[in-house]
Design a protein around this ligand. Structure first.
Ligand code: SF4
Ligand code: SF4
Length: 363
């Protein structure tokens, strides 16, 4: 009988995939993992989590502009080191959340966030969320507006709704997207840029693009190849185009953005959680607001009008979309005074020739 000597190879450190999230949790969070009894809202922007063991972990939440310099992020980390044992996370809506084991550090931390960073503390309970926005001009070649700039202007208008946690019937998540592809996703209230005509093709520039890919990317099958002067170019069937702008991402010479005609719209009732009635798509509420930098005042006014009507007639714990469904869209337009247009009619009867007829795609 022979015995084989096998060398046991020692595994190297794992260097790909998502890291183990537990290594970044606050030690109290790890200690009490899965045994948290309840949480309470202490005051706007401050929560306390209480474990079955009796341990308490405080969380201080602050709004952030999402797009920040390295210098600013270093300042945030410095504050986390001073008051939060170095534990900080960014939420999916770009809030800052500091985790603290020492209650006595809450007030100095809030002071530092306000004074050193200039950020408001809030965004908990029945408030508005930090307004999220899409990547915009930082990473994307499609933006028809400045998502970051318009969100800053809107947050200035809605400051009081962020730093108070009892003024609204329920929490309102707000998002902004700089094109109708809407990579900002669903939200209770979403502001989206819309184009209003098909892309303008520059035949001389189309040659730089991979034509089959451009044809394939159109969700409405509106692009087709065309022979012209011995070369192959593209054409758009205007009646089929729903002005989404996807082709512009694939072929930059198919320009669709237009500072004269692009407008902003407000959509309500999007929700990804399965609470109560389950996930829901947003519906068009306000159509055709001007894309008006640098402060987009018409958008701020429209959002405030919607929140004011929601405050007056919404029931406690009723999400914004649930409120509209309960009172009905007719009542919504009466309360807010926004015009009801042909673009609000939800129909798919023309879907064989154009997709620009449903309330999920309204341009
Ligand atoms: S919303 Fe559109 S333009 Fe804005 S980042 Fe997303 S894909 Fe790009
Ligand atoms: S804008 Fe959208 S629908 Fe129109 S041609 Fe381009 S990809 Fe197709």
């Amino acid at each position: 009988m022979t015995t084989a000597t096998t060398k046991v190879r020692k595994k190297g450190p794992r260097d790909n995939g998502a890291p183990d999230y537990k290594q970044n949790l606050h030690p109290l969070m790890v200690k009490n993992y899965g045994t948290w009894a309840y949480h309470e809202f202490v005051k706007p922007g401050v929560l306390v989590y209480v474990a079955e063991s009796g341990d308490k972990l405080w969380v201080v939440r602050a709004g952030s502009p999402r797009t920040m310099s390295v210098d600013k992020v270093r300042k945030i980390c410095d504050i986390a080191d001073r008051y939060a044992e170095g534990y900080l996370r960014f939420t999916s809506r770009a809030n800052l959340e500091f985790s603290l084991a020492k209650e006595a550090n809450i007030e100095p931390l809030i002071k530092a966030v306000n004074k050193e960073l200039g950020f408001p503390v809030g965004g908990t309970g029945h408030s508005i969320s930090n307004v999220t926005h899409t990547q915009g001009w930082l990473h994307c070649n499609l933006p028809g507006t400045d998502a970051a700039g318009s969100v800053k202007a809107l947050m200035d208008e809605l400051f009081e709704e962020f730093v108070n946690d009892d003024k609204l019937p329920m929490r309102v998540k707000i998002a902004a997207s700089c094109c109708q592809i809407n990579c900002g996703g669903q939200a209770d209230l979403s502001i989206n840029l819309q184009h209003h005509h098909p892309p303008r093709i520059k035949p001389e520039g189309v040659g730089i693009c991979e034509l089959p890919k451009v044809v394939a990317i159109c969700p409405a099958a509106a692009i087709r190849p065309r022979a012209k002067d011995g070369t192959t170019t593209l054409e758009v069937v205007d009646e089929k185009c729903m002005y989404c702008g996807a082709c512009h991402g694939q072929c930059p010479t198919m320009e669709i953005r237009d500072s004269e005609t692009d407008t902003l719209s407000i959509w309500l009732g999007g929700k990804t959680s399965s609470t109560r009635k389950g996930p829901a798509f947003m519906r068009l509420a306000v159509w055709g607001l001007p894309n008006n930098p640098p402060r987009w005042p018409e958008v701020g006014e429209a959002v405030k009008k919607i929140l004011s009507a929601y405050k007056q007639t919404g029931r406690k714990f009723e999400r914004l979309g649930e409120w509209v469904e309960r009172i009905g869209w007719k009542k919504f337009f009466e309360l807010t005074g926004f015009p009801f247009t042909k673009y609000h009619i939800d129909t798919t009867e023309m879907a064989r020739s154009t997709f620009n007829t449903s309330a999920q795609v309204r341009l």
